[in-house]
Ligand binder design. Structure first.
Ligand SMILES: Cc1cc2nc3c(=O)[nH]c(=O)nc-3n(C[C@H](O)[C@H](O)[C@H](O)COP(=O)(O)OP(=O)(O)OC[C@H]3O[C@@H](n4cnc5c(N)ncnc54)[C@H](O)[C@@H]3O)c2cc1C
Length: 353
């Protein structure tokens, strides 16, 4: 979780769910390594089992009835309600907010969309590598690093996130550029000398939407989508938790208004579309554009690294994106001068100092 997630929550994150707090990043581009230091937290590392349990508990404390192990199978719109058919019974609702991720059933069952285009989605394959608490601390060092690796995927990057007693090791690739996911993971892991001699548990593959590339409908009669099922993960850093929570909050406000006014038609619920777009739609566009220019399409990372990765302005932008002081939509303007120099170099033209 980036620090800006904490600003969205109306409760303090309990210490026991934070497995480590990283304050620096090592960005690897082939054999070169660029250091990013910040005196402040860059990423709070947790595990989904802990974080999701916390969120479910908080929802239940607020009055929600939490039904675990209950899969939504179908939705049927009735004259004055919507029927939610699940593996454990049928529920009658005024409105449904579908936040069932990329493989969920709400979007399809409500007729909003049936499938993803491979160009709108990133494939990510990860393993949790147990190395013990001490080895994790040693890996992080006094600067408390996490690592990102470019040049290990045709349209993506790899990562090592230090957690409590293990490392989360993974690599991603835009789905339409992927050939063999398990092989991509194996090649990445084999290239990491930090993992020499480690037992690597079988990796698990997941999908994540590339916000900005995604254009799926998220509003229908009596239905709203939020989180990954709405395509709410930005493409540059692959950050989805912040936008899932932010979008979920907007969806909750719109659903409450709908209940107060007794209006559940797509026209009335359309304010959700306007509000999430106002809140972070242009951030998705910018982040997708930057991801395309850097590693999704125009893979030119050596030259980009040379012009960007050591520049204080770039560091400031990256830190600002994580702590929320800078928006994705503002980054292109802030980096315009560096980008101009990079473009001139690419065209073999003289580059001003
Ligand atoms: C490997 C990987 C690493 C990532 N790392 C980060 C990161 O470090 N930081 C970050 O911000 N983002 C990260 N993301 C993106 C982030 O995980 C997602 O954007 C975020 O989890 C979206 O939340 P969500 O609630 O919409 O979907 P999900 O987290 O996918 O949750 C969907 C939930 O719906 C349930 N569900 C599915 N189908 C049904 C059904 N039919 N009926 C009932 N329930 C159903 C699922 O069991 C699940 O609990 C990562 C993504 C991947 C794939």
């Amino acid at each position: 979780m980036t620090p800006k997630v904490l600003g969205l929550l109306d409760f303090k994150l309990p210490e026991e769910i934070i497995e480590s707090v990283t304050t620096s990043a090592r960005i690897h581009v082939g054999p070169r390594c660029f250091d990013f230091h910040s005196g402040n937290p860059l990423v709070y590392m947790t595990s989904r089992s802990k974080f999701d349990t916390l969120l479910a508990t908080k929802a239940a404390e607020a009055g929600a009835e939490f039904r675990d192990d209950t899969l939504v199978q179908n939705l049927v719109r009735r004259a004055s309600s919507i029927e939610v058919q699940t593996t454990h019974g049928i529920f009658e609702a005024m409105i449904v907010v579908g936040c069932d991720g990329m493989g969920g059933s709400t979007a399809r069952a409500s007729g909003l969309y049936a499938r993803w285009d491979p160009s709108e989605v990133a494939y990510a394959i990860e393993s949790e590598v147990p190395i013990g608490k001490e080895a994790v601390l040693e890996f992080m060092g006094a600067e408390r690093y996490f690592d990102v690796y470019f040049g290990v995927s045709p349209a993506g990057y790899g990562w090592i996130f230090p957690k409590d007693d293990h490392l989360t090791v993974g690599v991603g690739c835009r789905l339409n550029k992927l050939r063999d996911g398990p092989q991509l993971f194996k090649n990445f892991v084999d290239s990491l000398k930090e993992l020499d001699g480690c037992d690597i548990p079988s990796p698990r593959a997941h999908l994540v939407p590339l916000g900005g590339a995604v254009h799926v409908p998220v509003v229908g009669d009596r239905v709203l989508l939020a989180g990954d099922s709405a395509g709410f993960a930005e493409a540059l850093l692959g950050e989805g938790i912040y936008f899932a929570i932010y979008g979920g909050q907007i969806a909750a406000e719109v659903a409450s208004e709908a209940c107060r006014k007794g209006r559940f038609d797509a026209d009335f619920l359309g304010s959700y579309e306007r509000r999430w777009r106002d809140a972070f739609g242009t951030d998705f566009e910018s982040s997708y554009k930057m991801a395309r220019l850097s590693y999704l399409e125009n893979y030119d990372m050596d030259r980009l690294a040379k012009f960007f990765f050591s520049a204080p302005r770039f560091h400031e932008c990256m830190m600002g994106l994580l702590d929320g002081s800078i928006r994705y939509r503002d980054v292109p303007k802030k980096l315009a001068w560096l980008y101009l120099k990079y473009k001139l170099a690419k065209l073999h033209l003289p580059v001003p100092a």
